[in-house]
Design a protein around this ligand. Structure first.
Ligand code: UD1
Length: 417
């Protein structure tokens, strides 16, 4: 079992380059299955979730190679419509391969993803949308067999909630379907815009991404292209939080500042200084850090649920009382117990956490319970007095590409053992 040993309190100084976005890479890897010819995806983060996505592509019959953050995919040899159960279990986002597999082969057999560490993860919105597009779904012993007896066709789909995964899955199925698909109350996340731009580069006909209505006209074929995955906004937020927690001044290069406006505003409320050009953020930790009166997680452009735990780790040491309400996932305060073990003063009532800032956190043995919760403990450990031993790193490795190397280059005292 691997662990991070962190000696907190070392100021962070220097420049780092932001990795590519996991949540953009995964749907784009899935979309590559729809194309003729070769796809070259640059700036792909090297993460266990990305490796799992590559394994799904390989098991479907694609040729997939990853080297130096570039993945090349040839999908001309796709022959298998079944997503292996082990990969469905390894990565909940495997569901994102359903739309592409249907678009490519007209069939998909996959396990029901079930719950995960964030609580129940239903896929009802995905399945209802596919049924409207002509997909027949049979479920037996947790295995879904999805077929398209009359081919996939476009449909008008209103999402009851702007689900990121459902919006992406519908887009993936619709680009090669017959006729027009209109998604209303679509998710507006920047990763959806990235997926749409990639699909358009491959020859898809779609518009409206980034707004609540996406219109897709099916085309006959897509052709592979070279595409650069957008920078990861949640990883960017994590490194800002690390510097806020430990103190110091850092520069983040190749960041996507447009998608970060809401997050940067929260750091400014905490008394940190964030100035930016188009793709570089200059950040100085607040002295002292100030509480944020009320933060509520919301679909984009609201404050992202994925940044909630990370920002909470900083607010633990901010002057005053902060309140965070989590509205997207039911079980997303699992990092709180570990933060309290490190000296934080946090009370959770239902979907809200009340954080009374303390002067200092202290190191402790703690375990990551999920990806962003684990990143929050990393952030807390970097700013805590003494030694933090952080275990269950597999959660963190799903989303962060060599975090200890980056942090060490900024002066942090962190080792992976
Ligand atoms: C994506 C992100 C994840 C982020 C989340 C919300 C990826 C790979 N993951 O996850 O990091 O935290 O968006 O920004 O991009 N829901 C249903 N029925 C459905 C689908 C979703 O009830 O069919 C609910 C979920 O249980 C959850 C909410 O909708 O409460 C948001 O889920 P969704 O936007 O779909 O998140 P993901 O796409 O799974």
């Amino acid at each position: 079992m691997q662990k991070f040993v962190i000696h907190g309190g070392k100021r962070l100084e220097g420049d780092i380059t932001v990795q590519g976005a996991k949540n953009s890479a995964l749907p784009i890897l899935s979309a590559a299955m729809l194309c003729e010819g070769e796809n070259i995806l640059e700036n792909c983060p090297e993460l266990s979730d990305v490796y799992a996505a590559c394994q799904i592509l390989t098991s479907a019959g694609c040729q997939c190679r990853m080297q130096n953050h570039t993945v090349s995919i040839k999908a001309d040899t796709v022959r298998n419509s079944e997503i292996p159960e082990s990969l469905m279990q390894e990565m909940r986002s495997s569901i994102i391969f359903l739309g592409a597999m249907l678009g490519r082969t007209g069939t998909c057999i996959l396990g029901y993803p079930g719950g995960c560490e964030l609580g129940p993860r239903p896929i009802d919105l995905h399945l209802q949308a596919f049924q409207k597009m002509g997909v027949k779904i049979q479920e037996e012993s947790g295995i879904l067999t999805c077929t398209t007896p009359n081919g996939l066709h476009g449909a008008k789909i209103h999402l009851q909630f702007p689900s990121v995964g459902a919006t992406e899955n519908i887009m993936l199925a619709a680009v090669l379907a017959r006729g027009e698909t209109v998604i209303t109350n679509a998710a507006r996340e920047p990763e959806i815009v990235d997926l749409a731009q990639y699909l358009r580069t491959c020859g898809a006909n779609l518009r409206g991404e980034g707004s609540s209505t996406i219109v897709i006209q099916g085309v006959k074929k897509l052709t592979g292209c070279t595409y650069r995955i957008m920078p990861d906004r949640i990883v960017t937020a994590t490194w800002l939080a690390a510097a806020a927690s430990a103190g110091g001044t850092i520069r983040l290069l190749q960041a996507d500042t447009v998608s970060l406006e809401g997050i940067l505003d929260v750091f400014e409320q905490m008394n940190c200084s964030c100035s930016h050009t188009e793709n570089t953020i200059c950040f100085s930790a607040g002295k002292p850090l100030r509480a944020v009166r009320f933060l509520k997680t919301m679909p984009y452009p609201g404050f992202p649920t994925d940044a909630q735990a990370i920002v909470m780790a900083v607010l633990c040491k901010a002057n005053g009382t902060s309140v965070i309400e989590e509205t997207i996932f039911e079980n997303r305060f699992r990092h709180v117990d570990a933060l309290v073990r490190m000296g934080a003063d946090i009370q959770v009532t239902g979907h809200a956490a009340v954080i009374h800032g303390v002067k200092q956190l202290h190191g402790a043995p703690v375990s990551a319970t999920d990806l962003r919760g684990g990143a929050a403990l990393l952030v807390a450990g970097l700013g805590a007095q003494g030694e933090t031993v952080l275990t269950e790193l597999s959660h963190i490795d799903r989303g962060y590409d060599s975090p200890e190397l980056l942090l060490r280059s900024l002066g942090a005292d962190i080792r992976r053992i």
